[in-house]
Design a protein around this ligand. Structure first.
Ligand SMILES: Cc1cc2nc3c(=O)[nH]c(=O)nc-3n(C[C@H](O)[C@H](O)[C@H](O)COP(=O)(O)OP(=O)(O)OC[C@H]3O[C@@H](n4cnc5c(N)ncnc54)[C@H](O)[C@@H]3O)c2cc1C
Ligand code: SF4
Length: 327
């Protein structure tokens, strides 16, 4: 069914980081963390994305310090500033150092373009990408929380796991010791993320056969709970595009990996092969966001169904589903 899209796929896996505590602190199956840890243990450098110190933006950091990998954990749903990372990566590669670069497919593509040649000592990992949301969404939500709690944020995540992978929570910790946690897709931030992406993402070229990394990782949305690749604390899908990528994965003893098919991964994760369409309400949402802010734009964008979804507790939703199922 997906034959036309898997030109580069030499292997596909479902899997997770074996250490369950570590896995709970990662976004999905912790593959990015597992390959980063191994890379640094083997003497290499890792380029990944962290929040800026004030948590209002995201930026790349290139490091060979294992403790700094904590900063990379968790998807940041905004575009990261690259700064001089490409130049530093090139310098290290030319000095024969090993580098792992993890990023959104267009950023991995941009790095390859910048480098102009292939390096045996470079490993690249693309994330499956729905498209980051506008930085205004993130900044406004951070400012809203800091005002509400009258304190600066010292820790923040949009992919916090409570005691399992799903649902995903937005979590913030403040200087005054207080904490905030709420189901992500019930926050204005989560709603905006699902409604609006960067303009370039509606015309994304990095889909299907246009692959730029050695491997690609994402959430394994098409999971089957009865299969051995499934872990309730987080499950990743992995598509492998090069022998180099496959060798790195297979030799990583921190990972539990199980072969699956391309179809099993893509059937519930269509953004791997297709660009998301721009819905008719995106421009309106954007103009409301720019003129009157996040909270106004979200309120204006929600129909009755959306409002009920936001307000309705999960147990009530489950009762309704059960009644509908029984007819
Ligand atoms: C904007 C965005 C959209 C995404 N959309 C989808 C999707 O539609 N479907 C899907 O299956 N998966 C999507 N993902 C990927 C998914 O959220 C996880 O990042 C991925 O499964 C890796 O999980 P992990 O547990 O291995 O990562 P962890 O071990 O938690 O590590 C996170 C890794 O992601 C990197 N990272 C975090 N934020 C960014 C960023 N903004 N830009 C570049 N790198 C970043 C970090 O450097 C780190 O290496 C998206 C990720 C992002 C950032
Ligand atoms: S959707 Fe495409 S253009 Fe947008 S950030 Fe992701 S890879 Fe880049």
């Amino acid at each position: 069914m997906y034959e036309d899209f898997k030109e580069h796929c030499i292997a596909a896996y479902g899997g997770y980081l074996k250490d369950n505590n570590e896995l709970l602190s990662c976004t999905s199956g912790g593959i990015a963390t597992a390959i980063s840890v191994k890379f640094i243990e083997d003497g290499g450098y890792v380029a990944g994305v962290k929040y800026t110190q004030d948590f209002k933006n995201a930026e790349y950091l290139l490091t060979n310090k294992k403790e700094e990998l904590e900063l990379f954990k968790g998807s940041k749903y905004i575009d990261a500033q690259v700064g001089d990372t490409f130049a530093k990566v090139k310098e290290l590669l030319d000095a024969n150092e090993k580098v792992l670069f993890i990023g959104l497919p267009c950023k991995v593509g941009a790095l390859n373009f910048y480098l102009k040649k292939e390096y045996e000592n470079l490993l690249t990992c693309e994330l499956v990408c729905h498209g980051p949301t506008l930085s205004q969404v993130h900044t406004e939500y951070i400012e809203y929380l800091e005002k509400k709690f009258n304190s600066k944020i010292v820790d923040f995540s949009v992919r916090r796991k409570k005691d399992s992978w799903l649902p995903t929570y937005l979590y913030a910790k403040f200087e005054n010791g207080k904490e905030f946690i709420k189901e992500y897709y019930k926050t204005e931030y989560g709603i905006a993320f699902s409604k609006i992406s960067l303009e370039r993402c509606y015309n994304c070229k990095f889909k299907g056969n246009n692959r730029t990394g050695d491997i690609q990782i994402g959430d394994f949305w098409g999971y089957d709970k009865s299969r051995e690749y499934y872990n309730n604390n987080g499950t990743s899908c992995i598509l492998v595009h090069t022998e180099k990528g496959n060798n790195y994965l297979k030799s990583n003893e921190l990972l539990a990996l199980y072969p699956v098919t391309f179809e099993e991964i893509v059937k519930a994760n269509q953004l791997i092969i297709r660009t998301k369409p721009k819905g008719p309400k995106v421009d309106k949402f954007k103009s409301n966001l720019e003129s009157k802010g996040l909270f106004y734009a979200v309120k204006k964008s929600m129909g009755l169904k959306g409002k009920l979804k936001k307000l309705c507790p999960n147990f009530v939703k489950n009762i309704i589903k059960e009644i509908l199922r029984r007819g």
